[in-house]
Design a binder for this molecule. Structure first.
Ligand code: PGA
Length: 249
């Protein structure tokens, strides 16, 4: 039985004052019926983690370096995220693949570093619109998964399917398209990890998840939760998504 997970990715949003949204979320949903992790910018991580102490909510980081430490100005090591209170880290989101040219091989190296620091990677993959239009979605997902998976992966891994064209666009795939992608990822995971471990990996959907579409997305087979960008910034919206996920459990 996989525990459902709602992951909020604040991306490059959030100043100290925005932690008031977390207080509002905790007040409105003190005991969610699913797991919830909030991934703020690194500057807010330790303050967020302090807010979440002794609550069921968890904190996560956004990205880490593949090396445990070193002369890498501006980068953050996985152990630093863990030290600041993170238990998860988002790796390989489309924005880092596009803005920073991250390859799946680098994502796998980062995932290894994350696991060595005791963090659970939330490994992101997804096709571009051109790849979908060319009928290459499943092939792209297979290749990204094969190249992004760290060695010895097991249940301590979360996968997030984020079609690039659905991120921040207000557009979402149909339930059938999500089911096809998630079913494919589950069967590919079984090839890489074996059937038992593959069943334990949670598959999140990401891309324009909103209160209005959450219940329909969570009803899709093999969807174990969501990676939420824009809608995770506001307590009312993220709270409604958390409630929908809890109700779907
Ligand atoms: P969005 O971001 O919810 O703002 O579309 C989702 C994502 O980056 O996966």
């Amino acid at each position: 039985m996989r525990h459902r997970l709602a992951a909020g990715n604040w991306k490059m949003h959030g100043l100290a004052a925005d932690l008031a949204e977390i207080d509002a979320l905790l007040a409105a949903h003190p005991a969610p019926a699913c797991e919830v992790v909030v991934c703020p910018p690194a500057t807010l991580l330790s303050r967020l983690a302090a807010r979440l102490d002794r609550t069921p909510y968890m904190a996560g980081g956004q990205d880490c370096h593949a090396a445990p430490k070193g002369a890498h100005t501006g980068d953050i090591a996985a152990a630093m995220l863990a030290d600041a209170g993170a238990s998860f880290v988002i790796l390989g989101p489309s924005e880092r693949r596009a803005d920073h040219g991250e390859t799946s091989a680098l994502v796998a190296a980062k995932a290894r570093a994350a696991r060595a620091a005791g963090l659970t990677p939330i490994l992101c993959l997804g096709e571009t619109e051109a790849e979908r239009d060319a009928g290459r979605t499943l092939e792209v997902l297979s290749a990204q998964l094969a190249e992004s998976l760290p060695d010895g992966s097991d249940a301590a891994l979360v996968l997030a399917y984020e079609p690039v064209w659905a991120i921040g666009s207000g557009r979402t795939p149909t339930p059938a398209q999500i089911a096809e992608a998630h079913g494919h990822l589950r069967s590919q995971l079984a090839r890489h990890l074996g059937a038992g471990p593959a069943q334990a990996v949670r598959l999140l959907y990401g891309g324009s998840v909103k209160p209005e579409n959450a219940a329909a997305i969570f009803a899709v087979p093999e969807v174990d939760g969501a990676l939420v960008g824009g809608a995770s910034l506001k307590a009312a919206e993220f709270g409604a998504i958390i409630a929908a996920l809890g109700a779907a459990a």
